[in-house]
Design a protein around this ligand. Structure first.
Ligand code: PMP
Length: 392
């Protein structure tokens, strides 16, 4: 047998170094010690009865956070994108149509996922970053194209926009179309009621207002959605994301035994359980009003600095992620680099269609308090003094 020819890399012989950062961007958010500690508990087997008990608790926590009594509620092993793909892969069969509202980058992503799967028809409605009273467009598109799924982002983190959800599900159901909603950036920060708003599939991520580490993604399917996905003629393209297997892994299929499908992120599930417990202790309504109160304090402070908020209408602003129009006479990358270097604070630029148009500040969950908002404002004020390129 030949011997090892590649030596251990020098970096692997040095200890891990992780700097401290104030994560005031659109996510991930800082993880509070209580959640970090939960994630640091000793591992147990992913198929142990105690683990199933913890997964059952997570299911209850998600049902509360989503305001749903759907049995088909679980957490994906993976980030928000995993839940996004899981929903599209399981609901739509080849040749069927999908309707996507693009009000920023997340609609673009879902359209691309659907395009890659060779779905028959994708109609993109809504200009980027704009709120549109979508009901009339939706009615026309549903009647004309008969899609099986309509996608809408609730909290558009690239635009800083929260899209009103009332009535959308009712319209979809009139045309036998399922409503898929992305709440990765808004869950826990802005009101959303899955059952009352007739949402068929809702997903979020662990790393935003829930303050868990990235890597798990709560998702829930209505009875209507279950009927569609469990009566399909073809198997979904992904084995890993096949809801037939995942529903058994989460004990949702009524079978007496759970059979090994994949090894879930045990530590990630511990952390997610703790984050859902914190939300349950605080109460959803308190969490929503707290995010709004802090966001309003931040918005006022930004306007006092002479900055312009990107979303003009206060009611359409996402409380968790604020978008600021890049002030004239500044290089946005320089502003961000200055704030990171001198204040250890992460803000970010735009994403997808909003690149070069906005700066984004996210104050979510544990990070959402007046002291952090004041710190963010002071850092921005300092950067505005130091980084001016030209007199506007
Ligand atoms: N949707 C929205 C609204 C998001 O803000 C994000 C993350 N920025 C995602 C989806 C994707 O989530 P993830 O990065 O966890 O895959």
């Amino acid at each position: 047998m030949s011997s090892v020819t590649i030596p251990p890399p020098a970096c692997m012989l040095r200890p891990l170094e992780v700097p401290f950062r104030y994560l005031f961007g659109p996510g991930p958010s800082n993880v509070p010690p209580r959640i970090l500690a939960a994630g640091g508990r000793p591992i147990i087997g992913h198929m142990h009865s105690e683990m199933f008990g913890i997964m059952n608790d997570i299911k209850k926590g998600i049902q509360y956070a989503f305001q749903t009594s759907n049995n088909m509620t679980l957490a994906m092993s993976g980030s928000g994108h995993t839940a996004m793909e899981c929903a599209v892969f399981n609901i739509v069969e080849p040749g069927e149509s999908v309707l996507v509202a693009i009000n920023g980058i997340w609609g673009e992503r879902v359209a691309e996922i659907a395009e890659r799967m060779g779905m028959k028809l994708i109609i993109k409605i809504m200009p980027a970053h704009c709120f549109l009273e979508i009901h009339p467009y939706l009615l026309r598109a549903l009647a004309k194209h008969k899609p099986v799924l309509f996608f809408l982002t609730h909290g558009e983190s690239s635009a800083g926009l929260v899209h009103p959800m009332d009535g959308v599900g009712d319209i979809c159901h009139k045309y036998n179309c399922l409503l898929l909603v992305d709440s990765v950036a808004s869950l826990g920060a802005a009101p959303l009621l899955m059952d009352q708003q007739n949402i068929d599939i809702l997903y979020t991520g662990s790393q935003k207002a829930l303050n868990a580490p990235p890597g798990t993604a709560p998702v829930s399917f209505s009875e209507r959605a279950c009927h569609k996905m469990f009566n399909r003629k073809t198997k979904p393209v992904s084995y890993l994301l096949d809801m037939t297997h995942l529903s058994n892994y989460w004990g949702n299929d009524g079978k007496p035994e759970r059979i090994y499908h994949h090894t879930g992120p045990v530590s990630g599930f511990f952390a997610l359980r703790e984050s859902l417990a914190i939300l349950a202790e605080m109460g959803l309504e308190n969490s929503w009003s707290h995010h709004t109160e802090i966001a309003e304090y931040l918005w006022k402070g930004l306007e006092d600095l002479g900055l312009k908020l990107f979303i003009k209408d206060k009611d359409l602003r996402l409380p968790s992620v604020t978008t600021i129009a890049i002030p004239e006479g500044y290089d946005w990358k320089e502003l961000l680099a200055y704030i990171m270097k001198h204040h250890r604070i992460e803000f970010t630029g735009g994403l997808g269609p909003s690149v070069g148009m906005v700066l984004r500040i996210g104050l979510m969950g544990y990070n959402c308090n007046k002291a952090n908002a004041a710190m963010a404002l002071a850092a921005l004020e300092d950067a505005l003094k130091q980084c001016r390129k030209s007199k506007a």
